[in-house]
Design a protein around this ligand. Structure first.
Ligand code: FE
Length: 394
């Protein structure tokens, strides 16, 4: 079977690498931004100065909301059709970059509807009007290098994961100065999200010789640098900015698994409040490893990860246990709970909703590449283990 491996053409990285914008060749750029932190911290002015010295005329699209809507995407695309940029530049967290990726499609193809692009890997060919440059200010989603974008239809109450190699950015700038003001809790959650991306990509049914080294290196770097980054160490924060990007390169091509399926469907399910994406992944990961390790080829791969990390164990079963222990220790250090009960989900509400959530999770786009097949009943059992902190042993 023919497969594909796609990454951005160029990465510019290092403190101050935002300056690369000076070298950009083009005429007009639309800058897509989030809530205003890039402006407040002075990075927007810096970027505009660099673009001006490159002779590029700019137009801003500001205030993309967290979990960007279809309406925001269509508004941005309309602005682009009027301004006619040859560069789309997005700077900020995952939300503005995801929104800008979708705007790009409707800028180049005004006749296409949102429904037309819901089917994965069905996008029309992009880059007939503009190239795409992404500058992330958080270290986790890696949307600056991935083929994915999540857009929410608030009328239907549905989050659509858009997927197509066409929306993999052309250029990414990894300037860790932009990520230096991330608060500790966000650093912990996004860091564990990156670890989950790398581990799920390594054991995915879509793993490949091209994604394996990226995933392993990302896992090693997250474990090496996340604790210090959480404490606010700028050098460690810089390494985390790169580690999450390596993890993104791996999962953009190898896809993910049921940790993400369950995180997607539990995130907004409970009345006690949102479970942040990275926090949910961090809680679920050790339980899913126990479940997946019943599959011999997944077990071998968890063993590979543990061997790469130098963890102790005489065989793959022991090594996989060591890997789970390691994740549990990190979660404790990062003040991440070990069960959904401890997170604060009410027991009666959990019991009432778990079967429905399990059904939705099985249908999630990430379930197909999980190394061990799973039914709704099995996901429900895993979620019960996660709620009460029981061992997954089935
Ligand atoms: Fe994620």
């Amino acid at each position: 079977m023919m497969r594909r491996f796609t990454l951005p053409r160029d990465l510019y990285y290092g403190k101050g690498s935002l300056e690369h914008l000076k070298n950009l060749k083009g005429k007009k750029a639309v800058l897509v931004l989030g809530g205003g932190s890039m402006k407040r911290l002075g990075f927007l002015d810096k970027a505009l100065g660099y673009l001006e010295s490159a002779g590029i005329e700019t137009c801003l699209f500001e205030n993309v909301e967290p979990d960007p809507s279809v309406e925001t995407v269509m508004k941005g695309a309309k602005l682009m059709r009027e301004f006619k940029p040859d560069w789309i530049i997005s700077m900020g967290g995952g939300s503005p970059i995801d929104a800008a990726k979708a705007m790009w499609v409707f800028y180049e193809y005004p006749e296409v509807s949102f429904e037309d692009i819901i089917t994965p890997f069905s996008f029309p060919a992009l880059r007939t009007k503009a190239q795409f440059l992404a500058i992330p200010s958080t270290s986790g989603t890696a949307t600056e290098v991935t083929a994915f974008s999540v857009i929410t239809d608030y009328q239907k109450g549905v989050k659509y994961p858009l997927a197509d190699y066409n929306i993999t950015p052309d250029v990414a700038i990894l300037d860790s100065e932009l990520a230096e003001t991330m608060p500790p809790t966000l650093t912990a959650h996004t860091g564990m999200d990156a670890l989950t991306h790398a581990i799920e990509a390594y054991v995915s049914t879509m793993n490949s010789p091209f994604t394996d080294p990226l995933a392993l290196k990302a896992i090693g770097m997250v474990l090496e640098y996340l604790p210090a980054s959480y404490q606010g160490d700028a050098a460690a924060r810089e390494q985390m900015h790169y580690a999450q990007c390596l993890a993104g390169m791996a999962f953009s091509n190898a896809l993910l698994g049921i940790v993400h399926s369950m995180a997607h469907k539990t995130g907004a399910a409970f009345s006690t409040g949102h479970i942040p994406h990275g926090c949910a992944n961090a809680i679920y990961l050790p339980y899913v490893i126990q479940y997946n390790a019943k599959n011999p080829s997944a077990l071998k791969r968890y063993g590979d990860i543990a061997r790469y990390l130098g963890l102790s164990g005489e065989n793959d079963i022991e090594l996989t246990k060591s890997l789970c222990n390691k994740i549990n220790i990190y979660n404790a250090q990062l003040n991440i709970p070990s069960t959904l009960q401890e997170f604060g989900i009410k027991e009666d509400e959990f019991k009432e909703k778990v079967a429905g959530i399990a059904k939705l999770a099985v249908g999630d786009a990430c379930t197909g590449s999980n190394p061990r097949p799973v039914t709704a009943e099995q996901v429900e059992k895993i979620l019960n283990c996660i709620y009460y902190g029981d061992k997954v042993d089935f």
